[in-house]
Structures are given as C-alpha cells and as structure tokens.
Ligand binder design. Structure first.
Ligand code: MG
Ligand code: ZN
Length: 223
C-alpha cells in the first residue's frame, strides 16, 4: 500500500467521525445531500422546491461553492435559511465544513435541510456529511454516459433527479437506456424526471421530500 492511499483512508476515517456527530445533531430534520456536475440545475431545482414546500416546512440550505455567494443569494431570496460554505478551491464538502455551517443554523426550527454540494460528480460521493440521503442530479444536456462513467455517486444515492427534461428533444439523451443503466448500478434507487425551469416533475420530487420529513418526524431512521 503506498503512502497516498494511507493518507486518503485517514482523511475519510476522520471525516466519518465528524459525520456521525453531524448526524446526531440532525435527528429531528430530514437532510438531503445534493450532488451533481456543475450546471446540472441544483440551485434552480432547490428554488422550485422551496417555493413548492415553504408553506408546509421550514427549510434550511447549506450552500457549497468553491467561490462566490451567488447561489446562496438566490436561495435566500426564496425564503429558506441559508448558510454559504466557500471551499476556497476544494472540490467537495466534508463533514467538518458542514458541522461549522450547522453551528449557524437554528436546527430546532427546521424540518428539512438541503446540502448543495460543490458541482462535481467524483469525490462528493465519498464524503459522508451526516445526511440521511444523497440525491444525484443529472441533466439531459450533459449526455447519458455519466452514470456509467461515475457509478459511485449513483450507487451511494437513494434518489436521482434527471433534470432539464424540457430540453430532451434537443439532445440525444436516451431516457430509457440511461434509467436502465442507473438501475443496473443501483436497483433500489428512485428516479425522478424534472424540469426545474418549467416545474414539470417537481411535484413528484416534492412528494418524496414530504415522505422523508414525515418519516423523520416519526423517528424512523433513513433507509
Ligand atoms: Mg449551484
Ligand atoms: Zn473533491
């Protein structure tokens, strides 16, 4: 085993400990870690989701970006409590960063928390942040080869949202084939097809979110 591998394992083990501490602080609110490539529409989907659910639930967002507060400003404009994390160059969020963000939220007053990860399909899948669920977001404009190229994030996710469905006619994205490939990687995964821009499919996604809030309130563990 070379030194680099040992280092990576140490980092992941330390991360797991902090993720457990985060999870203990999040026993009363459902938490979703959103992972996608840059530009897949995470922030736009969150805006639509908040507009749909804000009269039912108190929603918080931890907004991860390498630089800038633009996404956090968009989210705050929709009425969610938001904390920005700037990773300053790092390509994923880790449990420590999320723990510091949680310090800035009134967790007792939230029902649902989203963690919008840094746009990247690779290492965010390896870092447990203490969330209940990972959701992978994939847009039809990025091409259908992402699940087979980056299987870990699809394997680790409970749900996948295939976004930008309104642009489907302008792409060669094969919806049936991609869904079949995702199910080969993860047979248990729930798939939603949305257009965060037009709102198509957002209601079905919000039904799942209502379900996980209800489950969390009843004290059931995620699974
Ligand atoms: Mg964003
Ligand atoms: Zn990374």
């Amino acid at each position: 085993m070379n030194v680099k591998v040992v280092m990576a394992q140490k980092i992941l083990r330390a991360n797991e400990q902090v993720a457990r501490e985060n999870r203990e602080r999040l026993t009363r609110l459902a938490t979703v870690n959103l992972i996608s490539s840059p530009g897949a529409g995470k922030t736009t989907l969150l805006e639509k989701t908040i507009i749909t659910l804000r009269d039912e639930f108190r929603i918080g967002v931890v907004e991860g970006d390498i630089y800038t507060t633009r996404d956090a400003e968009r989210i705050a404009g929709r009425g969610a409590a938001v904390v920005q994390i700037n990773t300053g160059g790092l390509c994923h969020l880790d449990a420590n960063m999320v723990g510091r963000a949680l310090d800035q939220l009134d967790l007792d007053r939230l029902d649902l928390l989203f963690i919008e990860n840094v746009g990247n399909l690779v290492c965010p899948a390896e870092f447990d942040l203490g969330e209940d669920y990972k959701t992978a977001l994939l847009s039809v404009t990025e091409g259908g080869d992402k699940p087979t190229k980056y299987p870990l994030v699809f394997k680790e996710s409970h749900t996948v949202v295939i976004n930008k469905s309104d642009l489907l006619p302008y792409t060669d994205f094969d919806m049936n084939k991609v869904q079949a490939e995702i199910r080969t990687i993860n047979p248990e995964i729930q798939i939603f097809v949305t257009s965060a821009t037009t709102g198509e499919g957002v209601e079905a996604w919000c039904l799942w979110l209502r379900e996980i809030v209800r489950r969390k309130r009843e004290g059931h563990a995620a699974g």
